[in-house]
Design a protein around this ligand. Structure first.
Ligand SMILES: [Zn+2]
Ligand SMILES: [Zn+2]
Length: 214
């Protein structure tokens, strides 16, 4: 029976059990998708250990559509899952990237230089927009004012208290119309600054005794 090679093993088992004929065999080689209702060959269904026949209930097309739908509805959850997977397979990914790099140095070079160019352009665009926005919002401060402010904080990050390289954080973010006046600035380390993002958080308050007295 050369045909048996083409059909699903589970179907073959049923066939033997029920003493079915060769004509019925072609029926068993396909199944109806529970989503779109079309009868499709077994090859159109992905595998699933949970189902009795070893195949998913939805055809490949419907399964892909359903997954996409879920991803769109649960953007955060999907991001968390992919992030987790990436972290779990960090070493494997790194190894395979390294292998690719070694096997196709030419391809990697073209890819990498394109990536760098694209990123440089994006970064320039971003800082350009920010610069103009900052200007539009008005306000200014001198280097001396900034130095004094840092000293008030013992040259530590106003959020985590670490003594490290400090960045100028706009308490009311530039994107929300925050000015560059010294009273809208606080010294934050790079990582606290990134964490704060576009939120308005004034870390100066509990540390500045004058603010409490007023
Ligand atoms: Zn379907
Ligand atoms: Zn910090």
């Amino acid at each position: 029976m050369p045909l048996a090679v083409l059909i699903h093993p589970e179907a073959l088992r049923l066939l033997r059990r029920r003493n079915m004929t060769i004509i019925q065999l072609s029926l068993w080689a396909s199944k109806v998708c529970r989503r779109c209702g079309f009868e499709k060959p077994y090859s159109e269904f992905g595998r699933s250990k949970q189902n009795k026949d070893g195949l998913l209930s939805y055809c490949r097309q419907c399964h892909a559509a359903k997954t996409l739908e879920w991803k769109r509805k649960n953007i955060e959850a999907h991001r968390a899952i992919t992030k987790k997977g990436r972290q779990k397979n960090k070493q494997t990914i790194r190894d395979s990237q390294k292998r690719c790099r070694l096997e196709n140095p030419e391809r990697y070079r073209t890819y990498y230089s394109a990536y760098q160019k694209e990123n440089a352009r994006r970064y320039a665009d971003h800082s350009n927009i920010r610069f103009h926005q900052q200007r539009g919002n008005g306000g200014s401060h001198t280097q001396e004012e900034w130095r004094q402010l840092c000293e008030q904080f013992d040259n530590r990050c106003a959020c985590c208290g670490r003594k490290t390289r400090l960045t100028k954080d706009h308490i009311i973010p530039v994107t929300q119309g925050g000015t560059s006046d010294i009273d809208n600035l606080q010294p934050l380390c790079q990582s606290c600054n990134s964490c704060k993002g576009r939120k308005i958080i004034d870390y100066r308050v509990p540390l500045d005794p004058h603010a409490i007295l007023e």
